[in-house]
Design a protein around this ligand. Sequence first.
Ligand code: FAD
Length: 457
Amino acid sequence: MDYDVMIIGAGPGGIFSAYELAENNPELRIGVFEAGHPLEKRKCPIDGKTVKSCVRCKPCAIMNGFGGAGAFSDGKYNITNDFGGTLYEYIGRDTAMELMRYVDDINCRYGGAGTKMYTTAGTAFKKLCMQNRLTLLDASVRHLGTDINYVVLGNLYAELRDKVDFHFDTPVYDLRSCEDGYEIITEKGDHYTAAKCIVSVGRSGSKWMEHICRELDIPTRSNRVDLGVRVEIPSVIFDNITDELYEGKIVYRTEKFEDPVRTFCMNPHGIVVNENTNGIVTVNGHSFEDEHRKTENTNFALLVSKHFSEPFKDSNGYGESIARLSNMLGGGVIVQRFGDLERGRRSTPARIENGNVRPTLNATPGDLSLVLPKRILDGIIEMIYALDRIAPGVANEDTLLYGVEVKFYNMEVELNSRLETCHKDLFVIGDGSGVTHSLSHASASGVYVAREILREY
Ligand SMILES: Cc1cc2nc3c(=O)[nH]c(=O)nc-3n(C[C@H](O)[C@H](O)[C@H](O)COP(=O)(O)OP(=O)(O)OC[C@H]3O[C@@H](n4cnc5c(N)ncnc54)[C@H](O)[C@@H]3O)c2cc1C
């Protein structure tokens, strides 16, 4: 065997598995295989000047490499069982919370100390939401910010690089069971073996994960897709919310269809960014701790969850098709003023230019009603008016909507309470398992599996 433990993917799930294993048993031989670059070599070519939109690099520097999809994220670690995944269903609520707090301690130790922890508990804002048909979910949120998140990842790498073999730019092509363990074959054609294998390939590895589950006969369940837009407003409109909570997870049930619409990923004084998933350009958001990088805008997503029933199984394919439609019409992400959407007309460069909100992403002015299904768009419009009641100004004409934002969920891999598949010592963690959808849950799942393995050594 080349290793005791092989880890596929160096996102938060893989990193925290490696960390926990290496710190607690220095004798273990650990190999981490990552499709993307080391952290310092991850550089998206979009500079807003010579390269204005996604050129579909392979691997994508935003989604792949040390730090995974979260490396350039806002670094919001939500410590809660209310959202971010269903890890608690496998390991119990108390263990899940304990592990998320443990991850927070490590993040603080490796550069995150001094960043702010927000909490929704006991806020007056919760009552205001209730009075307006809105629900504020409970959570504590450690906001590292994109810049400190990067520092923490750099420090974790410095800690691990001498204890763990990192194989960067090494996509794993195949995974097989072999005598006494597992064998992987990389795209370069190299073979490696280990007694135990942790798969942590995240969202970008979802297609690969499906393929491996088919090959190894691991049962899966199809999941949901969340579709919507990213809203950008002058930050003063949302300051009462973001100053107190930083990230308010607010849910609204529409009057028309009783569909839940939720806010997601708030970025006070942040920027709107492109995201590339499997070659499809969607929208996301970032914000910074560094005062110099803060903008005059706040952005957040409004998402509607779509669950499909029989016979349709390809929920991600549905989300991809809608995102592809926006790419077809706009060459990438489309931006529209809320006033234009309400009037049933497209936005033009001049209409955006004349508005009060200066866009932080160079997107194509267009018409989102040609892209998003009516039911989803109706839900988003209703929610914008509901938010306007707690933060007047959200429904202003100049509010910008970028589309589409899609939150893809991996199919759920059937796992036992050790997060182990039907094959002994083959574990699947993080977003690639369909169990987690966030930094804190993915990281916690990594620590959990590492501890399961450590018990055997
Ligand atoms: C722009 C952006 C902002 C976000 N902001 C937040 C936030 O503020 N808070 C939050 O909680 N969540 C956020 N998220 C989500 C969060 O990043 C993910 O939930 C988290 O990264 C999941 O961790 P993971 O380790 O499971 O997977 P990932 O982080 O996706 O890492 C998986 C890794 O596996 C590698 N890989 C895939 N396939 C293979 C293969 N075949 N061989 C080798 N390597 C492979 C990939 O290159 C990748 O590096 C954000 C995501 C994005 C894209």
